[in-house]
Write a protein that binds this ligand. Structure first.
Ligand SMILES: *Cc1c(COP(=O)(O)O)cnc(C)c1O
Length: 359
């Protein structure tokens, strides 16, 4: 079975094998080495300087890292402008709301472009915005948001930028320095090709040293994790096996040639699916220039409901992903993360043809 949903992903044999490494106590020096290696490799993917940046490791899914990032960086008197153009932008607002963090929302249609003029209006509304939060790759629709431009708007105003990079980290170009990002959050089991259970935030160290940020949660406090991890320790038990898998996945990524090669692979795989779909009269929701290479959304073929499409593809060995919310009845999504090859995608297109054009 190949997973074409946006995480968890189909594992490589190499990463799966790493789950069988020896039992390990998180208070032993071998765990400190494992943790140090992962932290260094995560910063290394995009060439970040460890003197300026910290990779902070958590046990949990991507949402845990997002909640940790927001609660650990916004001061008591801070106010966040959250950009929403899909499910995950809306989730950032919910995190702020649940923790009583003051926020405004700049909302756009799902799948729509972020209008910079509307963002500027939100930033300059006089409500005292200190932080902007945005999703880099909105997995809801496959739209890749222009974080570089938003970063420019933030820098001009001294506003800090927080980024959900959960489904783009290691698969898309990300330049935290040039974009002026304060922190981003991501997970092991999407473009990094690890298993679910390990997540992380990449944070400017200065942002973790601010007294005016209250301690809003015990378990998701990035400052406690960072302090302990800098000393080779951990505040709580970590998912050791998930860390093993992430460590191996990071080595595999480096051996393959880094994020650039992964990006090129995703682009090629997504192109095979897109070309095949178009030939079958299946329309992509977004033009390639506006979509990530990680996931593409397609209109459901005429006369075929999602459950039928899903079940027929699953019977052929492919798990696809439904649309969410208002898109549930109209689209399906295909991600090309994980241990997937060109031949798999050619076979997918052939199966799709059998469903759309039964003979
Ligand atoms: C997958 C994803 C998340 C996190 O989802 P989890 O189920 O908590 O891992 C957050 N944001 C985006 C953009 C995602 O694609």
């Amino acid at each position: 079975m190949l997973l074409l949903n946006p995480g968890p992903v189909t594992l490589s044999a190499r990463v799966r094998e790493a789950l069988r490494r020896p039992d390990l106590c998180h208070r032993e020096p071998e765990f400190a080495t494992l943790q140090n290696d992962i932290r260094a490799a995560l910063l290394g993917i995009y060439g970040l300087d460890p003197a300026t940046w910290a990779a902070v490791l958590l046990t949990g899914s991507g949402t845990a890292a997002l909640e940790a990032m927001i609660t650990s960086t916004v001061p008591a008197r801070g106010r966040v402008l959250v950009i929403e153009n899909g499910v995950y932008g809306e989730r950032l607002s919910r995190i702020a709301a649940i923790h009583g963090i003051a926020h405004d929302r700049a909302t756009f249609p799902w799948g729509g472009r972020i209008d910079p003029a509307q963002v500027v209006a939100g930033l300059d509304a006089g409500t005292g915005i200190t932080h902007l939060a945005v999703v880099h790759h909105e997995t809801t629709t496959g739209r890749l948001n222009d974080v570089a431009s938003l970063g420019r708007l933030c820098r001009e105003r001294g506003i800090e930028l927080l980024v959900d990079a959960v489904s783009s980290f290691a698969g898309e170009p990300i330049d935290l320095e040039a974009w002026g990002v304060t922190a981003c959050a991501a997970t092991a089991n999407k473009c990094l090709h690890g298993v679910p259970g390990a997540a992380f935030a990449i944070v400017r160290r200065v942002a973790l040293a601010r007294d005016e940020v209250p301690h809003r949660t015990l378990y998701l406090d990035l400052r406690a994790y960072c302090r302990a991890q800098d000393e080779g320790s951990t505040p709580f038990t970590q998912s050791v096996q998930s860390f093993y898998a992430l460590d191996e996945a990071l080595r595999e990524l480096a051996d393959e040639g880094g994020w650039q090669v992964r990006h090129a692979t995703y682009r090629r795989l997504a192109g095979i699916v897109r070309d095949g779909a178009v030939t079958l009269g299946i329309r992509a929701l977004l033009p390639p220039a506006e979509s990530s290479v990680v996931l593409s959304a397609y209109d459901l073929p005429a006369g075929i409901h999602y459950p039928t499409l899903h079940d027929r593809l699953k019977a052929a060995g492919f798990v696809i992903y439904a649309g969410q919310g208002s898109l549930a009845q109209s689209i399906f999504r295909i991600s090309t993360m994980g241990a997937i090859e060109d031949a798999d995608m050619h076979r997918l297109v052939a199966v799709l043809e059998g469903i759309v054009r039964p003979r």
